[in-house]
Write a protein that binds this ligand. Structure first.
Ligand SMILES: *Cc1c(COP(=O)(O)O)cnc(C)c1O
Length: 379
């Protein structure tokens, strides 16, 4: 089945009791049992909920995986993966990733004795050099947030398999429409469903997808034991969002291409970061593992001062100044003070995330209006 058909019909069997074409919002905490232990497969809604189940099936289908699990946020999904580990275990993670992931690793899990090593994963040899006997997991994000660095997922999974190390890929930026890490050998795909999967900036949610049944059972055990499950209304919203993922992503890609190329020609704009430029380092990897380059763009001004960046950030009229990304409406963000403020400044600068960097989540409005808005804001 081709992608568009798969995305629309993923997990969507009509409700058996009524024929409702959309899975109902099963707003219930428990299920009546016929006799002790005799139930219809649903006991208590932290463990099972039909709306969540429909979403989890859809998540698996669109990521070409066997099993999906939905969580109450993206970071809750990440949290569940790290809870597979024990004190003394080591994780190798990308040195340029979502600030909240870095915060969870350093501020929450380090004190439980999990050790994290941050490397530039865009060069696979850095990962193989960092693997020790204690390494249990490699955490990748590609393209990275906000510098759009590309890591070769297939190359890293090949290294990891030879050492019996799990690989989890945060696929939030690409979305399953543009990239499927399980097909490239990853063990787990993680999403902040808050972003492109939901697509309408109306819910916080996370997801994990995998192929291995044992791994699924371990993660399901963590999901129900720790309890970071999304409510049925939120599951419904993401299920509905997924139905238009392909149409939205095509438009994000089209607008992203136009705006990234236009920014590059603007006399006041300095470096532009977007995965689709053919002269990027690792462009060959990006074009091999992605089917399009999306609408996430970062850029610096030639006047590399915070003041100049602040002026742009406060002057746009269509782009709203806000954290988050992946919705139908365009957003503008200042990573240094907003999404990435939890990363120490030194660490940020060292990794190339300057104080003046501006990040755009290009929505699906008319590209001409978006360019005109940026033009007047850049001045
Ligand atoms: C937003 C985001 C997360 C965290 O997800 P939440 O749904 O906000 O908890 C993780 N990774 C990336 C790349 C994100 O953009």
């Amino acid at each position: 089945m081709k992608t568009a058909t798969k995305i629309i019909h993923a997990g969507a069997d009509p409700d058996p009791s009524t024929g409702a074409i959309m899975t109902p919002i099963f707003q219930t905490s428990t299920y009546v049992q016929e006799a002790p232990g005799k139930n219809k497969g649903f006991e208590y809604a932290r463990s099972q909920n039909p709306t969540r189940q429909a979403l989890e099936t859809a998540l698996a289908v669109i990521e070409n995986g066997q099993f999906g699990l939905a969580f109450s946020s993206g970071v809750a999904a990440t949290d569940a993966v790290i809870k597979l580990l024990s004190p003394g275990d080591e994780v190798i993670a990308a040195n340029d990733m979502y600030g909240g992931t870095y915060r969870l690793f350093t501020k929450v899990f380090e004190k439980f004795g999990i050790r994290f090593t941050y490397v530039d994963t865009t060069d696979p040899s850095n990962v193989s050099n960092a693997i020790s006997a204690q390494t249990k997991l490699i955490w990748l994000e590609t393209p990275t947030n906000p510098l759009m660095n590309i890591t070769d997922i297939a190359a890293i999974t090949a290294i990891a398999k030879s050492k019996n190390v799990l690989v989890c890929v945060d696929n939030t930026f690409a979305s399953p429409y543009l990239q499927n890490p399980l097909d490239l050998g990853a063990d787990i795909v993680m999403h902040s469903s808050t972003k492109y999967l939901g697509g309408h900036s109306d819910t916080i949610q996370g997801a994990l997808v995998m192929n291995n049944k044992e791994l699924r059972d371990q993660l399901y055990f963590i999901q129900k034991s720790c309890g970071a499950v999304p409510g049925p209304m939120d599951c419904f919203l993401v299920l509905r969002g997924i139905k238009t993922l392909h149409v939205r992503m095509r438009q994000h890609c089209e607008n992203g291409t136009v705006i990234a190329n236009w920014l590059r020609t603007h006399p006041k704009v300095g470096k532009v970061y977007w995965p689709g430029f053919t002269d990027n380092r690792n462009y060959d990897v990006a074009s091999r593992q992605m089917r399009g380059f999306g609408g996430m763009i970062s850029f610096e001004l030639k006047d590399n001062s915070v003041e100049a960046a602040m002026k742009v950030l406060s002057s746009t009229k269509i782009f709203s100044l806000a954290e988050s990304l992946g919705g139908v409406e365009s957003l503008i963000n200042h990573p240094a003070t907003m999404t990435h403020a939890s990363i120490p400044r030194e660490e940020r600068i060292k990794n190339g995330l300057s104080d003046s960097l501006i990040r755009l989540s290009v929505g699906i409005e008319d590209a001409d209006d978006l360019m005109a808005d940026l033009a007047q804001a850049i001045g």
